[in-house]
Design a binder for this molecule. Structure first.
Ligand code: FAD
Length: 454
């Protein structure tokens, strides 16, 4: 390893850190504080040339390379090999005429949202604006506007990739279209993506936000929500989350220490029509907080209000084949407010509309058939991560088994910590085709990916 580290230090402009270096741990720290990576070396790349030098050295020495951006997707610790960090590859630029953002590998969604908003444009992002754009889009990406605009990867227009041979390749619908197909939802194991071109939509305002209900209103509101979502147009997006909130200072007073239901809404169109569409939910229970209204599209991250600061994370997600009244009844029995569960959040997202339509040239994204997603997030106490939370989540999933789709989507698969979720993240033919593309662009398996690839 000493020889490899010396070579990397000679060839790479960015920091090359070994475990004994003071900055090693900080370089590897990410969103999930419960996961501590221990590679042999971490390299903070500063350019495509750095990425190429790392890959060539790795290929020649048979050393595996893994990529780390923000750490939002890190559910399992990396041991051994090289970790490449992308945080120094900063920068986002917008071509307003073409309505495309050029996004470097270290960028997070907030940067793209801000740059696009200056031109009356918006990216189709995820719920949280501190998630990395590339890691998110490689997994497809389902955000608060998914029913209207589809998976975020549908908006990717091209990627620059340092492949397993150290070659720099541009993948678009016309150049290396097999790789382009794979990168739109196929996630990892193809190379280091150094930048992405991403089409923007014309969008300045939304009618959206969050409505909160007390525990006693959860059952009637959820029942109304299920019926209501089945009639919504594609321009209307909604998700719900049962929050079991701790009695801590940072939680707004009306919610502190309570079990509540948060209904999120995002309507792309006229505010009066959005208000009319939301009315049945407002009428379904007494609202504790009602923060839905006309809002700048650039404030999209406020709809989910996901935590931004690093925390210990244990979560599991699945896709749902159906979101109907029988499901909600079983859901309330398994995870409703009467259950004492060590879960801070149990979330359902309503899908359909544009999420079910592939792009004309096809893409690798899995989960197009899903009617919704179910995600459970545990109490952020690592002492519960080994046994208590897996058992709790397994219990809920067992009771909801009839509605769980055999189909998954990789960004919700919790880095494959749920048994079978790797294979289930893509239809069988897509899974096989992804393996072929990996064999083409990473024949030496420099980029290990998924539990079956070592
Ligand atoms: C709070 C929170 C909110 C979320 N919200 C959503 C949501 O609304 N919708 C959704 O679809 N997902 C969501 N996710 C999941 C998230 O999209 C994935 O975890 C995603 O992988 C995060 O990417 P990252 O680059 O930020 O994280 P990282 O953990 O740094 O990277 C994850 C993986 O992406 C790959 N990767 C990252 N950068 C590169 C690169 N430059 N080249 C090659 N591979 C790369 C690597 O395989 C890496 O293992 C959320 C996660 C969290 C924790």
């Amino acid at each position: 390893m000493g020889g490899l580290i010396e070579r990397l230090r000679a060839e790479v402009a960015g920091p090359v850190l070994a475990p004994e270096d003071a900055e090693f741990a900080a370089e590897l720290a990410g969103f999930n504080t419960a996961v501590v990576h221990s590679p042999d070396v971490v390299v903070g790349i500063t350019s495509e040339a750095d990425a190429g030098a790392v890959v060539r050295a790795a290929a020649e020495t048979g050393t595996p390379v893994r990529v780390l951006a923000t750490g939002h997707g890190s559910a399992t610790a990396i041991t051994g090999g090289i970790v490449v960090t992308t945080s120094r590859l900063t920068g986002v630029s917008v071509d307003a005429d073409e309505q495309v953002a050029h996004i470097n590998a270290g960028a997070v969604w907030a940067e793209v949202v801000t740059a696009a908003a200056e031109h009356g444009l918006a990216p189709v992002t995820g719920a949280s604006d501190v998630v990395g754009c590339i890691g998110y889009t490689l997994g497809g990406g389902l955000g608060p506007l998914a029913r209207t605009y589809g998976f975020s990867s549908d908006w990717a227009r091209g990627f620059r990739v340092v492949t397993g041979s150290g070659e720099v390749v541009t993948a678009t619908a016309t150049e290396h279209p097999d790789l382009f197909w794979a990168l739109r939802g196929g996630k990892g194991g193809f190379g280091i993506v150094t930048s992405m071109d991403f089409a923007l939509v014309e969008l300045t305002t939304l009618y959206g936000g969050s409505v909160f209900f007390e525990a006693e209103h959860i059952a009637p509101v959820l029942t109304a929500w299920t019926d209501w979502t089945s009639k919504l147009p594609e321009t209307a997006n909604s998700s719900v989350v049962i929050l079991r909130l701790p009695p801590l200072e940072f939680i707004p007073e009306p919610l502190r220490g309570k079990t509540v239901l948060n209904v999120r809404f995002a309507y792309v169109g006229d505010a009066a029509e959005g208000k009319r569409l939301l009315q049945p939910i407002r009428d379904a229970g007494t609202t504790l907080i009602d923060a839905v209204g006309e809002m700048p599209a650039a404030d999209i991250a406020l709809i989910h209000n996901d935590p931004k600061d690093p925390t210990a994370v244990f979560d599991r997600g699945v896709m749902l084949a159906e979101l109907n009244a029988d499901f909600i009844a079983a859901f309330l029995e398994a995870a409703g407010p009467d259950q004492q569960l060590p879960l801070v959040a149990v979330e359902l997202r309503h899908l359909g509309g544009a999420t079910q339509r592939d792009v004309p040239e096809g893409s690798a994204v899995g989960g197009r058939g899903g009617a919704g997603t179910l995600v459970m997030i545990g109490v952020p106490d690592p002492s519960l991560f080994e046994q208590v939370l897996p058992a709790t989540i397994d219990g809920v999933l067992t009771r909801l088994a009839p509605w769980i789709s055999p189909e998954m989507t990789v960004n919700f698969a919790g880095a494959f910590t749920l048994p079978g979720s790797y294979q289930a993240s893509w239809p069988a033919d897509t899974f096989a085709r992804l393996a072929e593309v990996r064999a083409t662009y990473d024949p030496e398996k420099v980029f290990p990916y998924g539990p079956s690839v070592t």
